[in-house]
Structure formats: C-alpha cells, structure tokens
Design a binder for this molecule. Structure first.
Ligand code: WQD
Length: 333
C-alpha cells in the first residue's frame, strides 16, 4: 500500500516525502513542476537512499489521475498540490480557485471512485483571519481571510467537512501550518521562490547574500513587543514529520475528521528574526522600516497542545536551526 503525494516535488511535499520514506512508507509523487524541478525527485532518492514512483502529471488531469489509481494500490493521499503566493492570488484569483479548489475536488472525486478515503490536507493558519485569541487553538473561529489564497484553504476545509458529513467513512486530517521556514540539513532541498521573495526568511537570506540591498520591515507600530509583526516560524523538517504522525493517526482511527495546528507555539517578531539570523550565520542583514503591508495581521502563533496530545508530535528544531539551514541551502544552490 502506498501514499500518494500530489505536489510532492514542492517545498513542503519534498521534505515530507523524505520523512515518509525514512519511516518506511511507500510513496508515489505526482507533480507538474509548476513550482519545482525534476531534479528534486532525484534528490529525495539521494537523501533517503530509497526509491519512489513518480508521474509527471497535473492533478487536475482526471484521466491521468485515474490511471495512477488504476496502476497502484493507494492507501492514503496527502495533498500538497496548491499555489501559495498571496500577492499573485490577489492578481489572479481564478487561477487560484481553479488550481487549488477544483484540483482538490478532482482529487477527492477520484479518491471516492477508487474507495481511497484517507486524506491529509495542507491547510494554513491563514484560515483564522485576524485571530480572536492568541495563542490560536483549533477551536478559534475561522474566516475573514484577507486574500484568495487563504480563501482557497478555507473553502477546501469546508468541502472536507461537507464530504465527511455526507459519508462518515472518510478519514481526514487537516493540518494548519504556521510559517514554514528552513531547509533539509543536507542542503540539497529547500525553498526556491521565483523572482523577488515575498516571505520574510527567503528575503532575509537574499539580503545576507548581497543579492538584495536591504530588508523592508513592514511596520513597527503594531501592538507587539517591538512593534513589528509576530509569527510562529516552524522548521520545514518538523512540519514534514507532523505528516508522518498524521498518517499514523489515520491508520489508528479508521474514520473521522481531525484538525491540528502545526506550529511551535512561540512567536518571534521581524526584528527577532533579523537578530537570530545575524547571530546564527555571522552575516549582516541591513534593514529599513517601511509602511505596513496590506492584509498583514499583528500577531499569529499557535497553541500546539492538541497536536502534541493527539498526534504525539511537537516541533524540536530551534530558531538557530531554521536560520542556519535556510542559509546553507542558498549557499549550496
Ligand atoms: C512574516 C512577517 C511581515 C517580508 C504568509 C502567508 C501564509 C503562509 C506563510 C504560505 C510579517 C514581515 C515579510 C518582508 C517584512 N503561506 N515581512 N518584510 O504573511 O505571516 O504568511 O506566508 O504559503 O498563508 O500569508 O509570512 O513571511 O510574508 O511575513 O517585514 O520583506 O514578516 O509583515 O509580519 P505571513 P511572511
């Protein structure tokens, strides 16, 4: 029995593929390389010394997807195939609703047809909008997303709830990621944003490397410890391991719908991140204070207790690991 990973060559998918292979699972990746490269598949094999099956395929291609289910004994699906650029989603909302929402529906229809009902979904803390309480528990109200990317995550969560209500033999785990950063310690895989990065860590790394002049800190007048935005940064390898625990949970439960925050429970400000990065790498990160960025919230960090109790998972890597591994990756590539 194998686990199918649509989008398994992407940033979080590739790190999860490694952790699943290391845990002795058989995996099949499908990816259309819209935001990744074929060599990632080879690197996953190189890092783990294990083999995997790969199809170059868009998960919206229903016939192609059905062929994958025909040719393999698939037990569970972890869906990483989604676009994730917040700004682009504002410019091109239909592209996001089509790929993320229609893609997920196509995948779920195909799963239902082949009676595969174990599903792990990559959701995001963005579904909480501007959170009511901090730290954020899974019971906090969702909604009020500030961009189409976030709304696709919210819609897919609702689709999964409706699906489970209609047929409670489904076994679904929704993982709400906080802010994934870092890279595999081998330096072979990591995050490769196209063009000028939007997210903080990839931007810091490029400033430290001298490829960008300085970091713009978006606002220093928030109600936070130093006025800059606070987030829950989580090492991508910790996050990847959370998916192995989610699969183990589904193996144990047989049916149900479960939701977990995957975060560290610690909030760091933008300036904390700059300082931590400088300390870990010995490189300077020049910055200037700039106006607030539209759609940003002041503070967002997880209460990760539920994942600890029910998944037996918690993040173990430090902020220093996150900085070092992000830096190593960019220097090796
Ligand atoms: C973090 C903090 C910025 C860049 C986004 C998505 C979310 C998730 C992760 C992914 C904020 C500040 C940033 C810069 C800055 N999705 N910042 N200067 O906005 O928390 O979350 O990425 O696939 O859904 O919304 O992450 O890294 O963009 O920002 O000052 O150049 O860094 O204002 O306080 P965010 P981020």
């Amino acid at each position: 029995m194998a686990i199918l990973l649509p989008g398994g060559a992407g940033y979080i998918g590739s790190h999860t593929a490694i952790e699943l292979l290391n845990a002795g699972k058989k995996i099949i990746i499908i990816d259309n390389f819209s935001n990744s490269k074929p060599e990632i598949i080879e690197k996953i094999k190189q890092i783990t010394g294990k083999n995997l099956k790969f199809y170059e395929l868009d998960y919206l291609n229903k016939d192609g997807l059905e062929k994958v289910f025909e040719e393999n004994k698939i037990d569970a699906v972890i869906n990483f195939a989604g676009y994730k650029a917040v700004g682009e989603s504002v410019q091109e909302p239909l592209k996001y609703y089509h790929n993320n929402v229609a893609g997920a529906v196509t995948l779920l229809e195909t799963m239902a047809k082949y009676n595969v009902k174990n599903f792990v979904f990559s959701s995001s803390a963005t579904v909480y909008g501007n959170p009511e309480i901090i730290p954020i528990t899974e019971e906090c109200k969702t909604g009020g997303t500030t961009n189409p990317y976030g709304t696709t995550k919210l819609f897919i969560e609702q689709i999964l709830q409706d699906l489970y209500k209609s047929d409670n033999s489904w076994n679904i785990c929704i993982l709400r990621y906080f802010n994934p950063v870092g890279a595999h310690e081998s330096g072979l895989i990591g995050e490769e944003p196209n063009g000028v990065p939007n997210n903080l860590m990839p931007y810091i790394v490029r400033v430290a490397k001298g490829e960008l002049k300085e970091l713009s800190v978006f606002g220093n007048d928030y109600n936070t410890q130093d006025g800059t935005g606070v987030r829950d940064y989580i090492h991508v390898v910790d996050l990847a391991k959370g998916h192995v625990n989610a699969i183990q949970k589904l193996e144990k439960e047989k049916s149900g719908i479960y939701i977990y925050n995957l975060g560290t429970g610690k909030g760091y400000s933008v300036l904390d991140m700059v300082k931590a990065f400088e300390k870990a790498t010995g490189r300077k990160v020049p910055y200037k204070i700039a106006p607030r960025r539209a759609g940003d919230i002041p503070t967002c960090y997880a209460d990760p207790k539920k994942a600890k109790q029910e998944l037996n998972w918690q993040a173990t890597k430090t902020l220093e690991d996150m900085c070092m591994d992000s830096w190593n990756y960019i220097n090796q590539n």
